[in-house]
Design a protein. Structure first.
Length: 412
């Protein structure tokens, strides 16, 4: 049963904890900076020359959210339970980051001629960039787990602004995709300014993950994240696989990236939510966890429909306004991208209940179900490459939301 002391502490340290406002503000400013980076790069290079950068960004998004977001959530959970993460888990965390960098560099090397202008420096950029972001995500997890939420906000702000400023400066020297690649490599260095390793302190000696190891927690979470990011971030790759040209790849990339703003913010801010849910699990507050899940799923379902309507009505015009008429998507693509992203956002938030319980296998099942639905749509085929990918994404996101509703309410 939940004790009065724990209940009072939860109320005192809920969303009103110091630093929350700047964490949210840093996330919003960082998101704007990320879009400005794409706008500046797209306008400077055009849809064809910008294609390698769009693929590199997609690769970063997929690999970061497949491996590095689970790493961050593991670190956040362990730090919030009083464990000194860098001392006890440095080896598995380093292995996860190294695997991510190797996977990214291998992909770029294998597709160098087709997607990266036969420029071998993109291989180096991918490897160094992913190592840097591995360090950044670990730093965010340590700061969030120790409730240094303002520090997380500063990391998000600094990373985005450094990338944008570096892009402007490097494009002035040489207007090329490689210039934007080097800006992406420099961005995660901003995390070093927070000296997050000094925050990593021991608390309770009994802190630990639900399954007792980083490997057990991460294996299931990474499997689920792999499915989710193939669904959420693989649209440009799907278009390329279906035979779409470079211009179509760029159009789909900027459309999905623009409409993915809610989900991008959730990935940045879920470290704020998880420590509170972990404390609710410790307090056996099953009623509160259940109410949280029902509220998120109900609101998310309604907003999915609203997002789809808004995407149909104004989505193409918004993309054209930001990126020029060359990047304008079809209304159907915009509708499915917007509605699907809202459904995926609700899935990610509701899934935090499962992460707090260390039931990452159930979260994986939800995303794998959504990916299976999307792949089935792609195999059947419907319309152009962009329309087929958008249909697969939309139906897959709704299927994942339905499955995580079942799993999270069952767990709570």
């Amino acid at each position: 049963m939940q004790t009065p002391a724990i209940d009072g502490d939860l109320q005192q340290r809920g969303f009103r904890a110091p630093g929350t406002a700047w964490m949210v503000s840093g996330s919003l400013i960082g998101a704007v900076g990320a879009y400005l980076f794409q706008v500046v790069g797209g306008r400077a290079l055009g849809s064809v020359e910008f294609a390698p950068v769009s693929i590199l960004w997609t690769l970063l998004f997929i690999l970061a959210t497949v491996v590095l977001v689970p790493v961050e959530q593991y670190v956040t959970r362990e730090a919030s339970l009083g464990r000194r993460v860098l001392r006890h888990d440095l080896l598995p965390l380093s292995f996860a980051v190294g695997l991510t960098a190797a996977a990214g560099a291998t992909f770029v090397a294998l597709t160098l001629d087709r997607l990266f202008l036969s420029e071998p420096l993109f291989v180096v950029q991918a490897a160094v960039m992913l190592v840097g972001y591995g360090m950044l995500f670990v730093g965010k997890g340590i700061l969030a787990g120790h409730r240094r939420f303002a520090g997380v906000g500063w990391i998000l702000f600094g990373e985005s602004m450094l990338r944008l400023l570096a892009a402007v400066a490097l494009l002035a020297v040489a207007a090329s995709a490689l210039s934007l690649g080097w800006a992406m490599v420099l961005a995660p260095v901003a995390a070093l300014a927070l000296r997050f390793w000094r925050v990593d302190r021991a608390g309770r000696p009994d802190g630990g993950s639900g399954d007792g190891s980083a490997g057990g927690f991460l294996r299931s979470y990474v499997a689920g994240s792999a499915a989710s990011q193939l669904l959420l971030g693989g649209a440009p790759l799907g278009v390329a696989a279906l035979g779409g040209g470079p211009a179509t790849v760029s159009i789909v990339f900027v459309t999905f990236t623009l409409f993915r703003a809610p989900l991008t913010l959730i990935y940045a801010l879920q470290g704020r939510l998880l420590p509170m849910l972990v404390r609710m699990v410790e307090a056996d507050d099953h009623g509160g966890l259940r109410r949280f899940g029902v509220w998120i799923l109900g609101i998310g379902s309604v907003l999915t429909v609203v997002g789809a309507v808004v995407g149909w009505l104004i989505g193409p015009a918004v993309v054209e306004l930001l990126f020029s008429a060359e990047f304008r998507p079809d209304p159907l693509v915009a509708m499915l991208a917007a509605g699907g992203v809202v459904a995926a956002s609700a899935t990610q938030i509701a899934g935090q209940v499962l992460v707090a319980h260390a039931r990452t296998g159930r979260l994986a099942l939800a995303w794998i179900t959504g990916l299976g639905v999307a792949l089935a749509v792609l195999m059947v085929g419907a319309g152009t490459a962009a329309e087929t990918v958008a249909l697969g994404f939309g139906f897959g996101a709704v299927a994942a939301l339905a499955m995580v509703a079942l799993q999270s309410l069952r767990t709570a």
